[in-house]
Design a protein around this ligand. Sequence first.
Ligand SMILES: Cc1ncc(COP(=O)(O)O)c(C=O)c1O
Length: 391
Amino acid sequence: MQRIPIYQPSLSGREKEYVLDCLDSNWISSKGDYIERFEAGFRERVQVRHAATVCNGTVALHLALVALGMGPGDEIIVPTLTYIASVNAIAYTGATPVFVDSLRDTWQMDPADVRRKITPRTRAIMAVHLYGHPCEMQALGDIAREHGLFLVEDCAEAIGSLYQGKPVGGFGHIATFSFYGNKTITTGEGGMVVTNDQTLYERCVHFKGQGLAAHRQYWHDVVGYNYRMTNICAAIGLAQLDQVDEFIARKRQVAAWYREGLAGLGVESHGEHGDVLNTHWMCSILARDATQRDALRAHLEADGIETRPLFYPVHTMPMYSAKFQRHVVAEELGWRGINLPSWPGLTREQVMQVCESIRTCLHAEKMAGLMPLAPALRVPRALAATAAAAH
Ligand SMILES: Cc1ncc(COP(=O)(O)O)c(C=O)c1O
């Protein structure tokens, strides 16, 4: 049986042609046409005035916060249910991450909890459009305006997602994207910072290029960084950007196939709530509880299907758990969630194979519950498969 990975990039456009062009022309470092072309195409796609390429999505976030002047003593409100990079980028600046819980339906940061967490030190809200579903941008924008806070969007997982018909990335003061290999478009490693504010853009360009002064060579007037993207990565990015709408359409089709295949199984899928378009970076489901989640993952693994757990809430991780906190929705989602194979090239047959594996596992569990078996027979399927192979 063919193994189904959780993700794989699709590089069947003009990626190779563009990369060979970089090699043939010797423009392989962080200057060259593809950088400008990728940034220009990105500005147009995300409908923003400025875009600056960087070497990954984590430094994109750091750069955005540096451009906003975040530092020690500042508090930045961030969902606890996110990838670690959102929170680490805050820590890099010396600012303090302040965690908020998630909404039960969208799995995005809860605006009511954001309001509760505002203090005189709050400087910014970081909205993370998790798994491709947009956050409540109307409510978050209102809160930011009311309290004079910066609004940062982490769009690493959400290129092309729409909120009230408008692409994410243009709602706040500054936004970031990731082009890691498992993202909707990839450059291998890569990222982008976008903004409609000329000054913020200039600060990003200044800081990402070692803080080089404008009119004197080898003269640096701030402690900057080397966060630049190479022309080769931008070449891949440009070829990927040409295909982004096709990737999104295919990912939405994959999500629809999962809904169809899982119907009637009592498994909850991550959906689409409100006037939004979810690009379904990951197609995720919730098991009944952590025990069932782990059994399901083991069962799928034994069937050659790769999965991931949802992100664990960051407030539970050692370096961020000094103060005891509870975020009950994020904790519930984090402990029950599974990401299923989600790449755009998946066929209907493969998606149905995943659904069938889930169905078999849940059916076996149900039967075990109805007919109490001798404990020795209640071996999780993964273990049973290993045992069988060993004999
Ligand atoms: C929500 C979120 N933020 C930030 C990042 C960081 O991006 P990168 O892996 O490109 O550094 C990622 C992804 O990997 C992410 O999922």
